[in-house]
Design a protein around this ligand. Structure first.
Ligand code: GUN
Length: 292
């Protein structure tokens, strides 16, 4: 089975649009971009375009590369105090001279749509309800749930320990009663660990998972994005040992493609967070109606 994040995210965004139309006060997402990292600019433009398409207001604040930390924090405080702004996202990575921890701590947890602030991350770790769940892990779980992938009791190997994906993914999986192993750049015998996984979630940015080596009928979720030798967008999963897509589909329970898997789910998940209310109604409706 292919985990079609593109189709599922399209459906979620359509449903959000319907919900937003019913609201008197529209959600308003503020995105701060510091510097001119090309990839970050593309991500930010995507977020803005998606928000506008579904009726969510969006403001992008672009600051130059040499912006002082205090100036950035002033912008955040202004947004914290602006009642029209419902969500704040500071695009990462930040330039090296800025301490990202100070920046993250300045965001009002009630507007922290990324789940980056200590209050939200702490609540997540304690099994309490944060104001927002982290977007990429939330998007992955929505996708696994939609496709009926069982999580409880299964061994999930998460590769990558970033604050954005790996660490919060572990917390959310534990809450779903998975058995979780987290691997990273210093992990020894990664291939041996991978072989024991029922579900692999890889967020590295390198072709690190040789899929012929994984357990038969495991679930492979690809969060990695990099470019191959021909400049084509690609993920962490290496399928080069397989003859064709049919052989892959016979071997795995499911896998998420790059592009068209986790990437679009992350944006849909951010928009769900920006909508600011319980998402279960929307997700239940989609589970019933399917993607047509
Ligand atoms: N940079 C890469 N992914 C993300 C994300 O999910 N949120 C923010 N703020 N920055 C990112």
């Amino acid at each position: 089975m292919i985990l079609d994040g593109k189709a599922l995210s399209k459906k979620i965004l359509e449903e959000i649009k319907i919900e937003v139309q019913k609201l008197d006060k529209k959600p308003h997402l503020a995105v701060i971009l510091v510097g001119d990292d090309t990839a970050s600019r593309i991500y930010v433009n995507n977020k803005k375009k998606t928000a506008l398409n579904i009726g969510i207001n969006s403001t992008v604040i672009e600051l130059p590369e040499d912006t002082k930390e205090e100036v950035l924090i002033e912008h955040i405080k202004k947004l914290n105090n602006d009642d029209d702004i419902t969500g704040i996202l500071v695009q990462m990575p930040l330039p090296k001279h800025i301490n990202k921890d100070n920046v993250v701590c300045a965001i009002d947890p009630k507007k922290d749509v990324d789940c980056f602030t200590p209050e939200n991350v702490g609540k997540l770790a304690l099994g309490m309800k944060p104001y927002f769940y982290p977007v990429t892990p939330q998007g992955i779980l929505i996708m696994l749930d939609y496709y009926g992938i069982q999580i409880e009791g299964r061994h999930v190997v998460v590769i990558g320990r970033s604050n954005i994906v790996g660490k919060p993914m572990v917390q959310m999986l534990l809450q779903r009663n998975a058995t979780v192993t987290i691997c990273h750049s210093q992990t020894k015998n990664l291939d041996d660990i991978i072989k024991t996984a029922d579900i692999i979630i890889s967020a590295v940015g390198k072709k690190i998972v040789r899929c012929k080596m994984v357990k038969y009928k495991s679930v492979l979720v690809d969060v990695g994005i990099s470019r191959d030798a021909n400049g084509k967008l690609t993920g962490d999963l290496n399928f080069s040992d397989f003859k064709d897509i049919n052989e892959i589909l016979d071997f795995v329970e499911a896998f998420s493609p790059v592009p068209g898997g986790v990437g679009p789910m992350t944006i849909a998940s951010l928009m769900l967070n920006t909508l600011l209310f319980e998402h279960t109604g929307i997700l239940r409706r989609i589970a019933k109606s399917g993607l047509e």
